[in-house]
Design a protein around this ligand. Structure first.
Ligand code: NAP
Length: 422
């Protein structure tokens, strides 16, 4: 029996699905020891720090991750950072294969005037802030204005718009970070615009998310009927299935009565942002529209127009992604997930994506190296292994249960390490 050592960098969906793909390829003759490195004290990547807290069902995939992680020959090394604690070259020397699964974390920018004003934020900062990512705990989110604008027409823009427009008590039974919940409860925002630069037929929302919108209990949801009718005409008689499904859902929304709630989310189409205006902070956004330029007053702008990968020394990048040939980077180095293909698809998309890359990886394996592993490199640096994480996880679940939440996240790194017992 040949056992190969594979290290996966990044404990998000793509990383776990890569581990699962390796486990699935095991035979009596072929085995894999899998080490997973994660820079945060907690695993699960975007399932913990990206998925909106009011969508708990999506997070149930974490059960799959835990099953993968509790399989023999899988080890978690959380609180270990590639770049500062270990280098890519060291990992390549020690392991038969290295799989990068570090995602895309940096919010893309518009490159328009006023984007740097206070009150102009990126979803790349706002989303991890409300989800309790330790790096964003002290991030300042000014919700002290009446109107917010979200720029973008994808599911992240939708999540951000919904989080801003929800009645905050709806977040009480969720795992929204305590610090963010406090700020949401003080929020003065009553009107949220979500703006798309193209027509509704091109929106990147997915239809399950659109169909959920009318279920908001304390928020008016507005789409202009003539915008949707125009989009249906432009989409023609045989639109693609996803487009049709989206337009059907949007048509239903455009038929909704205004329920007279204090909070409103309104969708704008064919609104291309031209400038963000203000003196000391955001005061308005100017758009180019088919009817000419319009300026909408607001105190907060959140840009949700996609992400790009943060660079890691020793790994080639191009256009916000790791430079790769269908997942192969160079030598024994591979990449999966958003770092490979850019920020697209839902969590499950990473499963087939990782399986394809792992097949390639396995086909190129030679003789096992037997050159040690990450434990030789850590030089006293304490890491959170699977059992330490399970301790922290159990603590968060128990603290949540006391107050009717699915979990209460420990945000601060030092505290997380203490509770994990390292
Ligand atoms: P996305 O789906 O790619 O949407 C990005 C949006 O930004 C598009 O509407 C795009 O419009 C717009 N945009 C790009 N550049 C722009 C610019 N310069 N000015 C104005 N608008 C601009 O990205 P995302 O929303 O970040 O989501 C990333 C992935 O995660 C997606 O696959 C998404 O479905 C997934 N996700 C899923 C869920 C869920 O299942 N519940 C939740 C969150 C995220 P154009 O089309 O005109 O370029």
């Amino acid at each position: 029996m040949s056992t190969y050592k594979v290290v996966i960098v990044g404990a998000g969906p793509a990383g776990y699905f890569a581990a699962q793909a390796l486990q699935n390829l095991e035979t009596p003759e072929l085995g894999f020891s899998i080490d997973m490195i994660e820079r945060l004290p907690t695993p699960w990547g975007l399932v913990r720090s990206g998925v909106a807290p009011d969508h708990p069902k999506i997070k149930s995939v974490s059960k799959v991750f835990e099953k993968i992680a509790t399989t023999e020959k899988f080890r978690l090394f959380a609180n270990v950072e590639l770049g500062s604690d270990v280098t890519i070259t060291q990992l390549q020397e020690k392991y038969d294969a290295v799989v990068i699964a570090t995602g895309s974390t940096i919010g893309k920018t518009l490159g328009i005037l006023g984007e740097d004003l206070p009150g102009s934020l990126s979803a790349g900062d706002f989303v991890p802030w409300y989800n309790g990512h330790p790096d964003f705990a002290n991030f300042s989110v000014p919700l002290d204005c009446e109107t917010a604008i979200v720029i973008g027409a994808g599911n992240v823009a939708m999540d951000v718009g919904r989080m801003l427009a929800l009645e905050p008590s709806e977040l009480d039974p969720t795992d929204t970070a305590d610090h963010a919940l406090g700020v949401f409860k003080e929020s003065k925002i009553r009107k949220v615009y979500v703006s798309a630069r193209r027509g509704a037929e091109h929106a990147a929302f997915t239809s399950p998310e659109l169909r959920d919108l009318p279920k908001l209990e304390h928020t008016n949801v507005i789409m202009n009927k003539s915008d949707i009718a125009g989009a249906i005409t432009r989409a023609g008689s045989a639109p693609e299935k996803d487009v049709k499904s989206n337009l059907d859902a949007m048509l239903l929304i455009s038929d909704l009565e205004n329920k007279g709630h204090a909070r409103t989310i309104e969708f704008l189409f064919q609104h291309t942002p031209v400038s963000i205006n203000g003196v000391n902070r955001v005061e308005s956004v100017t758009y180019s529209t088919p009817d000419g330029e319009i300026t909408i007053p607001c105190g907060l702008v959140i840009t949700a127009i996609g992400y790009q990968a943060a660079g890691i020394d020793g790994i080639p990048y191009e256009k916000g992604k790791v430079l790769n040939n269908e997942g192969h980077v160079k030598d024994n180095l591979y990449v999966v997930g958003w770092a490979k293909r850019g920020p697209s698809g839902v969590i499950g998309t990473n499963k087939s994506d990782a399986a394809t890359v792992v097949e390639k990886l396995v086909s190129k394996l030679v003789t096992p190296k037997n050159a040690g592993d990450v434990t030789d490199l850590l030089a006293g640096k304490k890491h959170i292994d699977q059992s330490a994480w399970e301790k922290l996880n159990a603590h968060e679940l128990a603290e949540g249960e006391k107050v009717g939440k699915p979990r209460r996240k420990v945000v601060e790194r030092v505290q997380a390490c203490e509770i994990a017992g390292i």
